[in-house]
Design a protein around this ligand. Sequence first.
Ligand code: ADP
Ligand code: MG
Length: 300
Amino acid sequence: MNTDPQIPGDSAQPDAAPAAIVNNTAIPLAPTPKVARPAVVEFRNVTKIFGGEKPFTAIKNVTFKIEDHSERGEFVCILGPSGCGKSTVMRTIAGLTPQYPQTSGEALVFGRPVTPSSSDRGMVFQDYSSFDHRTVLDNIAFGLECQGMAKLDRHALAMDWIGKVGLSRDKDALKYPHQLSGGMRQRVAIARTLILKPRIILMDEPFGALDPATRLSMQDLLLKLWHEQQATVFFITHDVEEAVFLSDQVLIMSPAPGTILEQRAMTRSALPARAAQREASFLQHVFALRDVMEKLEQPA
Ligand code: ADP
Ligand code: MG
């Protein structure tokens, strides 16, 4: 009789507790060590000096690491005074010039040095970045078109996304960007990026130009879509309430030349934005962050 221990289970389920079966009895084995996954994004002493007649150091020794929780992703807000280098950090992750490449240090995405463009990263900007001559439908389908997807298929997917971001399939699909409000344009921008299912979503003050009520509903929409996508989001904002509502973590940057002062873990409310803002724990986070920001913004 063969009494050799057998390791049961499916190698596609690495998290199942390992056990040996001896005479039909499961005997627990020591857990197999998990293979370390590279961080989603890691910066090691990244410095950017813009050239020209008078070289200017925009960020200096920026160091942080966002771990890969592949089953849920992480929502990371970048907060810091104006001009401290938030966009420089984000555009370096995106591989967009002239911020990319950095002058020194290492910028890694999934353990590898950043490359100029890749489908694993998608970006949403503050200014409405849709193509003026394309309809909502064709703006949202743009990335799929670049990938070579057939027209019928990409239009079907884009129609889905028009609904997902709260636009009307009947009324809005064939409109042009100039016929849309700011909030609607940012819904198009979000759909255009998320339809490609990037693992990293980069958002540079995407709601900065919206009125307060629209902003709150966009925050709720973004969290809902993000939960479905399991991506890691980097989101730049000046608005402390927005950061507290959205974040798992906040990266707080110093005034220029920007560096990371603190990487602070947050606890997200389960309530919608409007209701969350009335919770005592939410307000405590807001006051604590606001104190840090006010100190940073005082002239030295
Ligand atoms: P933030 O997004 O935090 O407001 P930025 O990352 O846009 O800040 O810019 C950081 C600093 O670098 C600013 O002082 C800005 O003027 C400067 N800067 C940004 N881009 C360039 C560039 N292409 N050439 C020279 N200086 C730049
Ligand atoms: Mg900026």
